[in-house]
Design a protein around this ligand. Structure first.
Ligand SMILES: [Mg+2]
Length: 297
């Protein structure tokens, strides 16, 4: 597949996404044929995987509303949440501070700018992120914005909060460069984008040699959620599972049965049925044919 598509036609995202889906299906078939859940086929053990409340819910609300929305996730069991930043440095700092004051030092607070920051914005927010013990700053800039100054490399010099990225990086070859650059130290490959489970295992093994953790991006189907939990139960440098706390997501709730719930300790568990452990609702697919346009923005 690499030789005939990605290698000869370039590292286009479309081919890589298609490859990822086929690869995930093949791992599902293989584990079903062996009669074991995927995590066992991958050499993993049944263990709880820590999860954070992510998705798209925790956005640009006023600080008091954000605190209340986060509280509903914490009441379900989450011990970590990811806030959307990239609004303005001052308002972002206000939200982060409100969260820290409301929930104290034990809550893990992560942030995601979804490429909404300039280098100057990061210079302004980083001292507060350090002070508030923010776990990471995700994607301040686009994936391609890595060369020299005015980029990830310069942002890394502004403080101690680690920079995270990976949901828009493809294959081990891009992750190899990310690791060698040294600016991004929280790696977030998405199993449904980076080349599939096979490629994510290669990326994780490469990162393990550098003692870098893998915190996969996992939007947005239940299939990807289940596969990611199996994957995290099977690698030695796995981090958080990105829990989807968005209110409405048919790809999570209707495409497949729910791939699992958060437990009281903030963990999710790999499914025990063979393969990914899910059955796809073919009627849902038939009822929602592919259309032109973006599926996720
Ligand atoms: Mg993100």
């Amino acid at each position: 597949m690499y030789r005939f598509q990605l290698a000869s036609h370039g590292m286009g995202a479309g081919a890589c996404l298609a490859l990822s889906g086929i690869d995930m299906a093949l791992w599902d078939i293989r584990a079903k044929a062996a009669g074991v859940p995927l995590y066992r086929l991958l050499g993993g053990a049944r263990k709880g995987v820590p999860a954070y409340a992510g998705g798209v819910s925790l956005g640009y609300q006023p600080p008091d509303e954000l605190v209340e929305e986060a509280r509903t996730s914490l009441e379900k069991g989450y011990k970590a949440v990811k806030l959307r930043v990239g609004d303005s440095p001052a308002r972002d700092i206000g939200r982060m501070r409100a969260m820290r004051e409301a929930f104290g030092p034990s809550l893990e607070i992560l942030t995601d700018a979804n490429i909404g920051y300039s280098v100057e914005d990061v210079r302004r927010v980083m001292p507060a992120m350090d002070e508030l013990a923010i776990g990471w700053l995700e994607e301040p800039f686009p994936a391609h914005d890595y060369r020299n100054y005015r980029s990830y490399r310069e942002a890394k010099t502004f403080g101690r909060t680690p920079l995270a990225a990976g949901e828009n990086h493809y294959t081990r070859f891009e992750f190899n460069r990310v690791i060698e650059d040294g600016a991004i130290t929280i790696l977030q490959p998405d199993l449904s984008k980076c080349g599939g489970i096979t490629e994510a295992l290669r990326i994780a093994a490469m990162a393990s040699a550098y003692k870098l953790p893998i915190h996969p991006h996992s939007s947005m189907t239940g299939l990807n959620h289940a596969a990611t939990i199996h994957f995290l139960a099977a690698i030695d440098n796995g981090g958080y599972f990105e829990g989807d706390v968005s209110r409405a997501n048919k790809f999570r709730d209707e495409l497949v049965a729910n791939p699992g719930e958060i437990d009281k300790d903030g963990r999710v568990w790999p499914l025990e049925a063979p393969g990914l452990g899910l059955e796809v609702n073919e009627d849902f697919i038939a009822g929602h044919p592919a259309i032109e346009g973006p599926g996720y923005v």
